[in-house]
Design a protein around this ligand. Structure first.
Ligand code: CUA
Length: 422
């Protein structure tokens, strides 16, 4: 598509001199750095170069093969072009006005050679590509027995994870939201479902992308070589808040994974209100109402060691206020939160179409991987979910339809209750 039309040649020469070209280069560079100041770095949390498992590794190999083949072609063509440009340039005024030399009409040897070279280049790309497609399609036969099974469902705009093999009595399978905890070193087969529109499952450092399509059974597999904390992202445009439909994958060593399963399959933790305890207000040092969208939802320290931070989230908060927690639990019912969200052991009236909050306090993120799960960010989310994630159902189906209004005290109590759910 042409975005602009060039002025006539003479005018262009005048306006597009050395200064113009310099300005163009400078603005192109500043645009590049505008994307990310460290745009040349390749080890961000969603890097497809800094891979951490065999599936992403295989995808990276295909990428490198393609890059090397195309780079070789680029260098060869550029070299021939440069050589011809200099060798046959006009050296004098006579050259400028000379008749063009006699034109040749094809050289069978050169043409056959070029066809052969093109075929060879395509074969070099095709072989690892096909091998990659077969390898990434499903868990290799030799590892199938050892594979762990999970179902991932995409909703506007969050992820639900079902642990097909972890049955809870009188409840069904274990369900979590937005954080997928897997055993490290073990292949994980993930069945993918779109529950409303088409989404796409992508954990750049581990595997992806595969679409989550309503009424279609897609799947992928992945393996994390080592324990780690990985970022995931919906990779198919799915409406207003597609860009903020994120998730996390946490890979744990086998023993820790089993401990986690044990904790998760049990009901939500219940904090007993201490009789006569003072009903203190929530103490938020930095209550803010001037949040701008796209403002970072993370403490910079969090990402220095996310896996350690995740582990700490598994334990009860240090300065928990039992009375406030109890008040929050009452509000969870009074404000009708329970009619959408399940808290196993406390409230069972919720629906599968909304995030299960049974162990919400043990997750590191709020709002599908968008904000860090701490009191400040959770309060921000509860105060005005639509400002954080435009169009989300907690706002449209919850706050707006049920006319929910929360005071700052309500928010403080709800935060305390939700953070106590370990
Ligand atoms: Cu879901 Cu984009």
């Amino acid at each position: 598509m042409r975005l602009f039309s060039l002025p006539p040649r003479s005018a262009r020469r005048a306006s597009f001199g050395l200064a113009g070209r310099f300005a163009l280069v400078v603005s192109a560079l500043s645009l590049l750095s505008g994307c990310d100041f460290n745009f040349w770095r390749m080890d961000g949390p969603q890097s497809t170069i800094d891979v951490a498992g065999p599936v992403a590794h295989s995808q990276l190999q295909v990428f490198y093969t393609t890059v090397w083949v195309t780079l070789t072609i680029f260098v060869l063509v550029a070299a021939v072009l440069t050589y011809a440009t200099f060798k046959f340039r006009a050296r004098s005024d006579a050259d400028e006005h000379a008749e063009p030399p006699e034109q040749s009409h094809g050289n069978p040897l050169v043409e056959l050679g070029l066809i052969g070279a093109s075929v060879l280049a395509l074969v070099i790309i095709a072989v690892p590509t096909l091998r990659g497609i077969w390898f990434t399609y499903d868990v290799p036969e030799a590892e199938k027995e050892n594979a762990y099974h999970v179902t991932a469902q995409g909703y506007q705009w969050w992820f639900r994870f079902e642990y097909n093999n972890e049955q809870i009595e009188n409840v069904g399978q274990l369900t979590t939201s937005n954080e997928l905890v897997i055993p490290a070193g073990r292949p994980v087969r993930i069945d993918l479902r779109g529950m409303d529109v088409i989404h796409s499952f992508w954990v750049p450092r581990l595997a992806g992308k595969v679409d989550m399509i309503p009424n279609r059974a897609n799947h992928l597999w992945l393996k994390a070589d080592e324990p780690g904390y990985f970022w995931g992202q919906c990779a198919e445009y799915c409406g207003d808040s597609h860009a903020v439909m994120r998730f996390r994958v946490i890979a744990l060593a086998p023993r820790e994974f089993n401990e986690w399963l044990e904790q998760q399959t049990s009901a939500a933790r219940a904090v007993q209100a201490v009789a006569g305890a003072e009903q203190t207000k929530a103490q938020f040092a930095s209550y803010r109402t001037d949040w701008k969208r796209n403002e970072a939802g993370y403490d910079p320290n969090f990402d220095l060691n996310p896996l350690e931070n995740w582990k700490q989230k598994q334990f009860p908060e240090k300065n928990e206020n039992p009375a406030l927690v109890a008040k929050g639990r009452e509000l969870f019912q009074a404000k009708t939160c329970f009619s959408c969200h399940v808290v196993r052991g406390h409230f069972v009236g919720g629906s599968a179409a909304y995030p299960d909050l049974t162990h919400f306090g043990s997750r590191t993120t709020v709002g599908a991987g968008l904000l860090e799960n701490n009191s400040e960010q959770l309060a921000r989310w509860l105060r005005h979910p639509n400002e954080v994630k435009p169009g989300n159902k907690m706002w449209t189906e919850g706050y707006q339809k049920n006319n929910i209004h929360l005071t700052e005290d309500d928010i403080g109590a709800l935060v305390a209750y939700l953070e106590s759910l370990k």
